[in-house]
Write a protein that binds this ligand. Sequence first.
Ligand code: BJW
Length: 240
Amino acid sequence: MAHRNLVILTGAGVSAESGVPTFRGADGLWEGHRFENVATPQAFARDPALVQRFYNLRRAALSTVQPNAAHHALARLAAEWKGDFLLVTQNVDDLHDRALAEVTPGPGFELIHMHGELLKARCTVSGVVSKWRGDMAADEPSPDHPEGRMRPHIVWFGEMPLSMDRIGRALAKADLFVSIGTSGAVYPAAGFVQEARFAGARTVEINLEPSLGASLFSEGVYGPATETVPAFFETLSRPA
Ligand code: BJW
């Protein structure tokens, strides 16, 4: 069956084989950190030095990793796809961006980082977002507001994920929804499959192993993303 309106959700599993740790696996990112100590607004208010150090290390680690075959397969798809294609990533790394920079995506393509980006910072008062490559100090001053401090442009627990209206509109008209490398443990992303099903979409999970929400999908493809993602999209018929 040919599809036209595609929504793909990616999670930490798509970057795992690039060497970016997942959150909840063995050796996961939360190991050694209670997430409420580093990934909540309350943690940042309580101990900004700890939170900034956690994100400074992860930001610096980005220079040691490269996009893998799964990121490149999705970038090729973005270049070839003639219909609408919304790629929603929960990942705060820039590996999709780097793979996409090597192609010319089609006019119907868009990438959304719904949980923010490690390479951006935000003023706590004005909300202005700017690119950020180096370390951030615990009390990093804001260039946008005398009272402001800079914080990582990251969606922490209890905060509203980004571009939810845009994502909701795409899910409401999706005819194919593919979820890649996410445990389905975090909402609202974990609920996207139900929104896509409601719209009548074919729903596919691609993961190392069945996730918490595997039974919500009409199909599952299991194995490492660098193998399963290129193979799956190779066989997908493209809209004319
Ligand atoms: C491979 C692989 C390979 C490995 N190949 N696969 C009940 C209902 C609804 C909501 C809530 C609820 N209770 C609490 C909430 C709210 C809360 C929440 O969901 N909490 C849960 C713990 C239950 N959510 C929020 O607070 C969110 N905001 C919110 O809800 O606002 C209100 C709202 C509601 C509705 C609509 C709109 C607004 C905000 C969530 C922010 C999440 N932030 C984090 C941290 C970001 C910063 C950072 O990076 O430090 O985002 S949490 C962390 O989890 C990160 C990730 O993006 C996210 C998802 O993790 P992901 O990607 O799934 O990784 P893992 O490690 O869990 O899984 C990896 C998967 O890969 C596994 O399945 C492996 O098998 C697989 N894999 N290698 C293929 N080679």
